[in-house]
Design a binder for this molecule. Structure first.
Ligand code: HEC
Length: 301
């Protein structure tokens, strides 16, 4: 149901963006066109309005060696950085639902939490299942679901922990010490996902840091010889998706369905920056015919 709703919203947004409309005033010759036709076009589309800047000095292919080396160094490091970021996401969020690989569920667990139960409950139904008979497990789970009332600790719950759990979960062990109520309370709390404090911290670091990466990647790519319409789209995409990504964390905290936007956002800016990085590197180092096969008439002399 939620997924259906997302699909509907996405369709509406696309329909709006791509709905044919015409430049004013509407005439027969200036008929209905989708919005991207209004963007400045490249020589491939319109010979009169050559949008690719082919002044010798400011295309990537014609940069001096110093700048080629400088930009290449930057782009390669950023490329490796992006891959590390991908790996880091796999290792942290990717594990949240217990299965390898990033899924929508991982994102929901990370930001919205697992509100169906506490860590105590999920462990008692999972890895710790064999540690206590069913009646004991149910009693502990019930206690956690009742928000772990302290008045039942001494009389009812502590003896169960002592009998079944504390042989391993004690002060000497590296795993949580369940002889202390405070530690038990921590695992008995329902998982509410990321806190506002965490989200604020991660959001501002992310927005400030990553926008600089995209600024420089886009700046370098701006000197590439590329269809101008796509150039503008590619340069803008990472910023748009970065906002979508960060906003979706906040929305996911309250409405898990927005986890989809986190996936879409991350995917969108990875693709856009990969295209920009590869195009820039190619134009700096590979001979022109390898990346500019069709437009010989516009080749700078
Ligand atoms: C034989 C030793 C042993 C016994 C007995 C045992 N546990 Fe554990 N428990 C572990 C180990 C080892 C871990 C950490 C590894 C893991 O997360 O699977 C763990 C982890 C946990 C965690 C997750 C803690 C965290 O914050 O990561 C919970 C909750 C837990 N146990 C609950 C229980 C309860 C409740 C009992 C009693 C019914 C119990 N355990 C009995 C060995 C034990």
């Amino acid at each position: 149901m939620d997924h259906l709703l997302t699909l509907l919203v996405a369709t509406a947004v696309f329909a709006f963006a791509f709905w044919p409309r015409c430049r004013k005033p509407c005439t027969a010759s200036n008929s209905r066109q989708p919005f991207w036709k209004f963007m400045p076009s490249s020589p491939r589309l319109n010979q009169d309005d050559a949008m690719i800047d082919i002044k010798p000095s400011n295309t990537l292919a014609r940069l001096s060696l110093t700048y080629k080396v400088l930009f290449t160094g930057f782009l390669l490091v950023i490329g490796v950085g992006l891959m590390m970021a991908g790996a880091q996401i796999m290792l942290t969020h990717g594990q949240a639902d217990g299965k390898p690989g990033v899924s929508v569920n991982d994102i929901v667990y990370s930001y919205y939490g697992n509100r169906s139960g506490s860590k105590l409950e999920s462990m008692l139904n999972g890895a710790m299942k064999a540690m206590a008979p069913d009646e004991v497990r149910f009693e502990l789970i019930q206690w956690a679901r009742d928000e772990a009332p302290e008045k039942e600790w001494k009389s009812k719950i502590e003896p169960l922990f002592q009998k079944h759990c504390d042989s391993c979960h004690n002060a000497e062990a590296t795993i949580p010490d369940f002889t202390k109520l405070s530690n038990v309370k921590k695992v008995a709390e329902v998982d509410q996902g990321a806190s506002i404090a965490t989200l604020t911290r991660v959001s501002h670091i992310h927005l400030f840091g990553i926008s600089f990466i995209f600024l420089f990647v886009g700046w370098i790519f701006g000197m590439a010889e590329y269809d101008l319409r796509w150039k503008i789209i590619l340069v803008a995409t990472p910023f748009v998706f970065l906002l979508v990504d960060v906003m979706s964390w906040w929305l996911t905290k309250y409405y898990p369905v927005f986890a989809w936007f986190t996936m879409i956002g991350g995917f969108g800016y990875s693709v856009a920056s990969t295209v920009m990085i590869f195009t820039s590197l190619m134009q700096m180092w590979l001979p022109r015919p390898m990346w500019w096969p069709k437009q010989t008439e516009h080749e700078p002399s």
